[in-house]
Ligand binder design. Sequence first.
Ligand SMILES: Nc1nc2c(ncn2[C@@H]2O[C@H](COP(=O)(O)OP(=O)(O)OP(=O)(O)O)[C@@H](O)[C@H]2O)c(=O)[nH]1
Ligand SMILES: [Mg+2]
Ligand SMILES: [Zn+2]
Length: 354
Amino acid sequence: MNLTELGLNTKISDSIINDNDGFETGRIIREHKERYTLQSPTKTILAEITGNMRYSATDNMDFPAVGDWVKYMPTDEKNGIIFEIYPRYSVLKRKAVGSFGDVQLIATNIDYAFIVQSVGQDFNINRFERYISLCNSGKIKPIILLTKTDLVSTDETNQYISRIKERIDDIDIHTFSIKSVKNIELINSILLPYKTYCFIGSSGVGKSTLINSLKDDAYLKTQEISEKTNKGKHTTTHRELIILPNKSIVIDTPGMREIGMAEDSEGIDKTYNKITELANNCKFNDCTHENEKGCAVLEAISQGIINEQALLNYKKLKREQAHFSSTIKEKRDKDKSLGKLYKKIMNEKKWKMR
Ligand SMILES: Nc1nc2c(ncn2[C@@H]2O[C@H](COP(=O)(O)OP(=O)(O)OP(=O)(O)O)[C@@H](O)[C@H]2O)c(=O)[nH]1
Ligand SMILES: [Mg+2]
Ligand SMILES: [Zn+2]
């Protein structure tokens, strides 16, 4: 295996410095609690970060994530220490669940993300737009993948596709069923060698099943969804990077319940580019597109150019993003004043010790 086979490309190779002083280059392929499995051309290493990295970290972005390229030093054949995370060219992140003003990194240095939903109860266009916004924020090209199409008729599958197209343009949409050899072959041919793909979506939609079908062995654990709730049982618990026989690189992720917007609003604007462009023509600069006179967005809705549901979802995502930005600012201010307080105490201590 060489670095290209691990997904190294020109977007990352420029920042990698090979100074031959005992350091090596690897890619994070699995994340454990405070430990990381990394892959180099010759070794699979279980690594920890340096104490310095840990203490200087201000948020989750400063810790390694699956997909990261790192500079590490092996301590023996199986263990090592990570000294540096090379700059990421793309980042998939969301608002961390249940914590105040923090983000969670899902994966990094990804070229494409398959946003997976199964036909039936899981299908939700608002959620597609959420995921697409995260991809657009993180400079990742989104692809829609509709799974379990064996459960419905071809007509119904086509209806699902039309419903997506009514709301979202400029996106590739693929359908998949594990029961169709043709479908498996098609996905196999779509995946390009040395490119990195991430699979994201709710639990039970068949992410791991699909990835297994592209491998020569059933490597990932899969599990039937609950009969009672019709939902997945959160079978995948770790994010994991896998190199497929077709030389593409895929990252399997655990099913997500919440896909909260992080601080970046450009991703939302790009997802709803029709709305953001039209908003420039609104009479008032601070138009909320609620009921103002001369609102170009509302006008477009009445003409059927924009879907009303899309506008509602756009506003919701924007509100969430704004709320998150203000909590993160509050947190940073708090951290700053805590830092000042700490410095003051330490200074006083120094005085006393003199
Ligand atoms: N009918 C049908 N069932 C499928 C298909 N793909 C997957 N399944 C089933 O759906 C269930 C869940 O599949 P998984 O691959 O574990 O789902 P997952 O998305 O990885 O779920 P998490 O790991 O929990 O996020 C399993 O019982 C699969 O056999 C499909 O194309 N058709
Ligand atoms: Mg899974
Ligand atoms: Zn307006």
